[in-house]
Every structure is written in structure tokens, then in C-alpha cells.
Design a protein around this ligand. Structure first.
Ligand code: 2NL
Length: 344
């Protein structure tokens, strides 16, 4: 029985040494020290032993059990320490990794374009002014040399609130108001960006609501060459220093003479392509020398003062600059479209 116990101990210690996980170790504990294990068996059979043998075997059995239990506990600590070490190694956080960027929005392409144009004209000494989108018939038409019955009123028929109040059809009323408010009739040098409204059927190139930027410079001795210089700088800064401008005669009721400005086509360098419709030139804006009647109505003596004015559509500028093919993209707010221009 003594030999049997000693063999059991050797065998158990061997198994403990071989165990590589807590699960295997637990299996060894159950196999050797459990209620159905061989040691318990020996202790149960003690009754059959002689009086002399009983304490000797009993003591040996307890020693063997104690040794096995100690070996298991020792090994358990070793395995646990190794597992902790492994876990610490695997779950290390690299605090030097750059963080994941949080998704952010960005300015709408139209906002970026309007701000770019504003900055450009501020750089040439223009002030930025805004005004009401709901206007009186007087400031929207009358003060701009578009009297009642003028055919241009049919062309830009708008959304009327009452017979005398309407959604503005251009931003010019802001300029007429600014000139009017100038008590001492000082020079005016301003641009006015903003939303305008016209009764139109929406399609790829028309929208019933769109934006406009108009400019006005009134002073003594303002000449057509000043207009040309300012617009040339605008065109080159906006579309590239290699662009040329061209002024063609045109008509607006509030300017005389009136012109339309084209920029040279970058795609074909003047040879003619689909972008410029085979002409080598792309129409950008309308402009002219402020009509003497407009100056007079605003209280500026046209014999003393002269001025130039221009008007452009930021949507058109953005469409040409970025190759946008449909004005409705600016207003339908498809994020796939908008996201492309967050860096614009
Ligand atoms: C266009 C043409 C234009 C103006 C706007 C203006 C304003 C005042 C006096 C005289 Cl207060 N003129 N504005 C002048 C010429 C052209 O816009 O095609 N815009 C998209």
C-alpha cells in the first residue's frame, strides 16, 4: 500500500508538471484528489488495515495528498502569472497611434464660391452689403429704371406678395437702398450677394430661387476702363491668370452702355469646343455704366458722378469652375454631391 501511494504521488506530480492550462490542472486535481480519486479510495480502505499499519498509512496518505495539492497550487500560480503576462502583452494599447478623425461637415459649394468672390472684391476695396429678400416694387423695379409697363418686368415676372411687394428678382435694390441712404452722397463701392427669386420652371440651367452677386462703384470720374480693369482682375483671380476677357455690347435698363463679359475658354484655348459652344469664349456676367436716371433717382447728380455696375450668378461661376452640369445639384442637397466640395 505504501508503494502504491508513492507511485500515485510520482504519477500525479508528473501530470502536474505536464499541465499547461488551468483546465488541465483542474482535471489532475479531480483525478487524484477528488471524491472518486485513488487517495480517497486508500483512506476509505483504512478500516481493513491492522492497528499498527493504520496510522503509518494514514499519515503517508495525508502527506501524499498534501504534496499533490501543494504542487497543483504552485503550478496554478505559475500558469496564472503566465496567462496574465500574455494578456497584458496582447491587449497593449499604442497610445501614439493617431486618433480616428470625427466626421465633420463643411461649407456648401455655393457658400465657398460666394465667400471666395467676396474676398476677391474686398481685396479691391469693395464693401459687402446685404438687404431684404422681400422688396417693394419701387426698389426692385422703379429705382432701377424699370417703370410700370416696362417689358423687362414681364421677362422677370416674380412672386408677388401684394401688388406692391414681391420677392426680389435681383440684388440691385440693396444697391439702390445704399445709394439712397447716403446722406452726403459719398462714393459707393460695394458688392451685394444674396438669394433672388424668379418665376421660372426648374431645369438643368434654371431655378426659381438662385443667388446673385452684384457690384457697384459710384464716384467722380469712374470710367468704363475702371470696370474693365476690375472685371479682368476678377476673371484672372477666379479662373486663372492665363484667362482673357472680352466685352460685348448688350442691354440692361439700369446701365448705359451695357456689356456682357466672356472669358476665354481654357479647354480649347480659343479653338472652339463643346464647353464654349465652338466660340472660344464663355459668358460669365453682365455689366455696364450706371444709367444716369438710376443715379438721379438715388440722389447722385449724374453730371458730377458716374459709376459702373455688374451682376453675376455664383451658381454659373461654380458650374464653370467645377464642371457641375445641373443647377439643381445646389438645391437638392445630395450629400454625395456636396461632400466632393468640402475642400473647395
Ligand atoms: C446679369 C446682369 C447686371 C447690374 C446688374 C446694377 C445695379 C445698379 C445700377 C446699375 Cl444699383 N446696375 N446692376 C448692372 C448690369 C448687369 O446683371 O446678367 N446678372 C446675372
Amino acid at each position: 500500500m505504501k508503494d502504491q501511494l508513492q507511485a500515485l504521488e510520482t504519477e500525479a506530480l508528473q501530470k502536474v508538471a505536464e499541465a499547461t492550462s488551468l483546465k488541465e490542472l483542474q482535471d489532475v486535481r479531480v483525478a487524484y484528489l477528488g471524491k472518486k480519486g485513488p487517495i480517497t479510495e486508500v483512506l476509505r480502505g483504512m478500516g481493513k488495515l491492522s492497528k499498527e499499519e493504520r496510522p503509518v498509512i494514514g499519515e503517508l496518505a495525508n502527506t501524499v495528498r498534501g504534496n499533490i495539492a501543494d504542487a497543483i497550487d504552485g503550478k496554478k500560480e505559475t500558469i496564472e502569472a503566465a496567462e496574465l503576462e500574455k494578456q497584458l502583452e496582447e491587449e497593449t494599447i499604442d497610445v501614439t497611434l493617431p486618433g480616428r478623425p470625427a466626421p465633420t461637415g463643411g461649407p456648401h459649394l455655393l457658400t465657398s464660391i460666394v465667400e471666395e468672390i467676396e474676398d476677391l472684391f474686398i481685396g479691391m476695396g469693395f464693401e459687402v452689403r446685404e438687404g431684404p429678400e422681400v422688396e417693394t416694387d419701387y426698389y426692385n423695379f422703379e429705382a432701377l429704371n424699370l417703370p410700370k409697363g416696362h417689358p423687362a418686368r414681364d421677362m422677370q415676372d416674380s412672386f408677388y406678395i401684394t401688388e406692391d411687394i414681391l420677392m426680389r428678382t435681383h440684388t440691385s435694390p440693396v444697391q439702390a437702398r445704399t445709394m439712397n441712404a447716403m446722406e452726403d452722397k459719398r462714393p459707393v463701392k460695394m458688392i451685394c450677394p444674396g438669394k433672388v427669386y424668379r418665376r421660372d420652371t426648374d431645369d438643368a440651367t434654371h431655378s426659381h430661387q438662385f443667388t446673385q452677386i452684384e457690384g457697384l462703384y459710384v464716384d467722380k470720374n469712374v470710367r468704363m476702363s475702371d470696370l474693365k480693369g476690375v472685371l479682368d482682375r476678377f476673371a484672372k483671380q477666379m479662373f486663372g491668370e492665363d484667362r482673357e476677357i472680352r466685352l460685348r455690347p448688350s442691354f440692361f435698363p439700369f446701365t448705359e452702355p451695357s456689356v456682357e463679359m466672356d472669358i476665354s475658354c481654357k479647354m480649347c484655348h480659343g479653338d472652339g469646343c463643346s464647353v464654349c459652344k465652338q466660340t472660344g469664349w464663355i459668358e460669365i456676367l453682365g455689366a455696364g455704366m450706371v444709367h444716369p436716371r438710376v443715379l438721379e433717382m438715388a440722389g447722385y447728380d449724374p453730371k458730377v458722378y458716374s459709376g459702373f455696375a455688374f451682376g453675376m450668378g455664383p451658381e454659373r461661376i461654380a458650374m464653370l469652375k467645377y464642371g457641375v452640369d445641373d443647377i439643381r445639384h445646389f438645391y437638392t442637397n445630395d450629400k454625395r454631391f456636396l461632400k466632393q466640395y468640402h475642400q473647395a
